[in-house]
Design a protein around this ligand. Structure first.
Ligand code: FES
Length: 249
């Protein structure tokens, strides 16, 4: 729809499709959003409207196809003009679609070639394995709670220096993240953005929200950048030397 409206290819149909899509996003995504919806879908809806109402411009693909057919009427004189216009535009649309697929595929392949070994671990994002048994040879299941140290969330060695690992808040089950900022120093806080609840990502030594760009200090939970206003809940983290990490609120 974007390419159609940009090039003037089946302009009105593409613009009507864009209006329908924008209206759908506006109604569906914004329904439960509080305190307000920041998506630009209402702007897109308005911007598509003149393209759906006005005839295609003389510089559009639609107009170019139309001019070409008028200049060469002898080829398919027996075919009605409307069908010729449709077939001519369909041919152009097919070529543009194939060119778009080729360009997109090439870009994706190039991206993979340039970063062949990119993994979660290479990004510093790790996965915590279940806590190990603190006492070697002890019988019975591993206890994940200890009144003096908090709740065990996993093995300390799983978190790379400068990296992070997600875990579930032992009290609420909500998303949380533990960060090993340097050797022996761990910080943990909620990974739920206080703006609209998106899950935060640890990048560049701060927790960033992929939805609207808020940033938080993982050590204190403080807001570094809006639109979020409330700080994150933080945990006390302990690594008492038994190989596990323990958190407490
Ligand atoms: S949900 Fe909006 S900034 Fe995080």
């Amino acid at each position: 729809m974007g390419i159609g409206t940009l090039l003037g290819l089946w302009t009105r149909a593409a613009a009507l499709g864009g209006m329908a899509l924008s209206l759908t996003f506006l109604l569906v995504v914004s329904w439960h959003t509080t305190p307000y919806y920041l998506g630009p879908d209402i702007v897109f809806l308005a911007a598509f409207t003149p393209l759906a109402l006005a005839p295609p411009s003389r510089w559009s693909v639609d107009a170019a196809v139309s001019r070409r057919l008028q200049l060469d009427p002898s080829q398919h004189a027996a075919v009605p003009e409307g069908r010729r216009q449709f077939l001519g535009t369909l041919t152009v649309a097919t070529w543009i679609g194939l060119a778009g697929l080729a360009a997109g595929g090439s870009a994706a392949a190039l991206g993979r070639l340039l970063e062949p070994s990119r993994t979660d671990a290479a990004d510093g994002h790790a996965t915590l394995h279940p806590p190990s048994q603190p006492t070697a040879g002890a019988a019975g299941p591993v206890s994940t709670a200890d009144a003096s140290t908090g709740t065990a969330i996993g093995r300390a060695a799983d978190v790379p220096i400068g990296g992070s690992a997600p875990f579930a808040d032992p009290t609420t089950g909500a998303s949380a993240v533990v960060i090993r900022s340097r050797a022996g120093v761990y910080e943990a806080c909620s990974a739920v953005c206080t703006h609209q609840g998106c899950t935060l990502e640890y990048r560049g030594e701060v927790l960033r929200c992929p939805c609207h760009g808020a940033a938080f200090d993982p050590a204190t939970g403080a807001v570094l950048q809006g639109p979020a206003r409330q700080p994150l809940a933080t945990f006390d983290v302990r690594a008492p030397g038994d190989g596990n990490l323990y958190v407490s609120s």
